[in-house]
Design a binder for this molecule. Structure first.
Ligand code: ZN
Length: 179
């Protein structure tokens, strides 16, 4: 296992549409290693999600991992960890839900984005078997944020208002405090 270098905003790998994996590729040792590295990298940088292009691999893999205490009200059947291959999103409720999002590829910043509040994600799991998750609220936003990466889309493309974009320190000082 290894911590990988995270591609930052401006690196072209973040803007490429990623390719799907075959079932054989999903089960291959090299993919297992990549996923392990992604988990280790995400933990190192304290993220809740990471997509393969963020570690310079333009393939359709994303991982999401919460601390169980973090957002339990939104978790599907209490699950806190997801590894998804070749995911497809279906919007179940397009009512916008807004959150301040951050991204390991845009370090030190956050921005306010509105996304559909309920989505279904169909994907292949680590055994290359079809699986499905229904996500609400914050978890729905995390899924949509990560799956956007697989199409070369970043949250900064979706800011509800370009003014709702801030460094974390200023966010804490002036926005979160309501100042
Ligand atoms: Zn991101």
């Amino acid at each position: 296992m290894a911590i990988r270098k995270v591609a930052r905003l401006g690196h072209p790998v973040l803007r490429e549409p990623c390719r799907e994996l075959t079932r054989a590729e999903i089960r291959a040792p090299a993919t297992r290693r990549l996923v392990e590295d992604m988990r280790e990298t995400m933990a190192e940088y304290a993220g809740v999600g990471l997509a393969a292009p963020q570690v310079h691999e333009p393939v359709r893999i994303a991982i999401i991992e919460f601390d169980p205490g973090d957002a339990e009200r939104d978790l599907d059947e209490g699950r806190t960890s997801f590894t998804v291959f070749n995911p497809r999103t279906t919007v179940l409720d397009s009512t916008p839900a807004g959150y301040w999002e951050g991204c390991l590829s845009v370090p030190g910043m956050r921005g306010y984005v509105e996304r559909p509040r309920r989505v279904q994600v169909d994907y292949l799991d680590e055994a290359a078997k079809p699986a499905r998750v229904v996500a609400d609220g914050f978890l729905a936003t995390v899924f949509q944020h990560e799956l956007d990466h697989l199409d070369g889309v970043l949250y900064v493309d979706r800011l509800a208002d370009p003014k709702l974009f801030a460094f974390n320190e200023e966010f804490s000082r002036y926005v979160a405090e309501g100042g």
